[in-house]
Design a protein around this ligand. Structure first.
Ligand code: CP
Length: 314
């Protein structure tokens, strides 16, 4: 058993924007403890056996949804899963009514993914239970950024002064925005790289550099977090063809091998192989993509545990 000596400054995890560096450090320290639990033959603690969590997903997910469910079950919580498809949302039920009905069944915490940016903040004004944002539109994906930064730290140590490049569809990526908030709060230097049409205007105001040349962006960094092209969020074409995108911004082994340092390669998934990254990079020794997924469970255990207000881990 070990004790938590501090508390988060927030009631919900809506975005990284609302966290401070001490919150992030506390989540990482708690995740270290849960990583040890996950190495045991029985990968469970009974700490949340009196807690029920609802995973409410209005948008598709593989990693985030499974990872939250595993995290909750490994904390001993009762878990219910809701998908918009096949639900009464198709009959016109609103977000607030849907969640209030779930909470009426004595649910303590809500993990929510929604295609509308800001949906978790809206919900937080209408319910008392703690909310964890599992990705809202093009806005934030806080637990992804936490697991990304945690995984980076495992590879390169403290992120203070380290160079991280985010490559790809920065405009539509909630992972990009949450990574920028998280990495800059931890003292990392951040560059965003991609075609001009996929980089928001004035993004430098968030304290990041912009680089349009992929080779230069890779030569500069210690860690490259490669992001998916989000065609489903692009209303009109923002580059000519996927083939041309891959030619100029796809990370391939020939280019990586020609750079005189071992860059850590990351991707939050799902991967478009042959578009933003080639298989010879995604599956290489430099890639920590599956370590990111593994760390996601410990990070989500830490977030849920800390938001529950419990102080001792059994
Ligand atoms: N990284 C991520 O959010 O993946 P899913 O959409 O599969 O959850």
């Amino acid at each position: 058993m070990w004790a938590i000596d501090n508390m988060l400054s927030v009631k919900h995890l809506l975005g990284i924007k609302e966290l401070n560096a001490a919150d992030i450090a506390l989540i990482f320290k708690t995740a270290d403890n849960f990583k040890q639990v996950l190495q045991r033959p029985i990968k469970k603690v009974p700490s949340l056996r009196d807690t029920t969590v609802a995973n409410v997903f209005f948008e598709n997910s593989t990693r985030t949804r499974l990872s939250f469910e595993l995290a909750e079950k490994r904390l001993g919580a009762d878990v219910v899963n809701f998908s918009a498809s096949g639900s009464s949302v198709s009959k016109g039920e609103t977000l607030v009514d849907t969640v209030k009905n779930i909470l009426a069944m004595k649910v303590d915490m809500v993990v929510m993914r929604h295609s509308a940016s800001g949906a978790p903040w809206f919900l937080a004004n209408h319910i008392d239970a703690s909310i964890v944002n599992a990705g809202d539109g093009t806005n934030e994906h806080p637990t992804q950024a936490l697991l990304d930064a945690y995984s980076m730290q495992e590879q390169v140590g403290s992120l203070k002064g380290k160079h991280v490049t985010l490559i790809g569809d920065i405009m539509h990526s909630r992972v990009a925005l949450s990574n920028i908030y998280c990495l800059t709060k931890l003292g990392a230097k951040v560059t965003v790289a991609g075609p001009p049409t996929l980089i928001p205007k004035h993004i430098e105001s968030l304290g990041v550099r912009v680089e349009y040349n992929l080779r230069k962006a890779l030569e500069w960094c210690d860690v490259a977090n490669i992001l998916r092209i989000q065609l489903e969020r692009q209303n009109k074409p923002l580059f000519s063809t996927l083939r041309e995108y891959a030619l100029y911004y796809g990370v391939n082994k020939t280019m990586l091998d020609s750079i005189a340092k071992d860059i850590v390669i990351m991707h939050p998934g799902p991967i478009n192989r042959g578009v933003e990254v080639n298989s010879d990079v995604a599956d290489s020794k430099q890639s920590i993509i599956l370590e990111q997924v593994e760390n996601g469970v410990a990070i989500r255990m830490a977030v849920i545990y800390l938001l529950s207000g419990k102080r001792e881990i059994e």
